[in-house]
Design a protein around this ligand. Sequence first.
Ligand SMILES: [Zn+2]
Length: 75
Amino acid sequence: MKPFYIDYPQEKIEEHQHAYRCLHCKISTTIIFGLLENHAEDCSYRILQSKSTQLKARATSNKVHFDEPHIDEVD
Ligand SMILES: [Zn+2]
């Protein structure tokens, strides 16, 4: 299941009463529908989120590495 991204900055669409859009790429929230890939490719939010997702993936693999059993030196 894909993660939903709903914490992006939004602004009201003036012409529509209850419609909002991404502050960065101006794509309607009903089109984005919580999916990062539905933002414009050059959307600042999308770029930031995909970067942090990559960082998290890297951090996870680092953690696995650090969790490998090792022998503590005991004095
Ligand atoms: Zn966007």
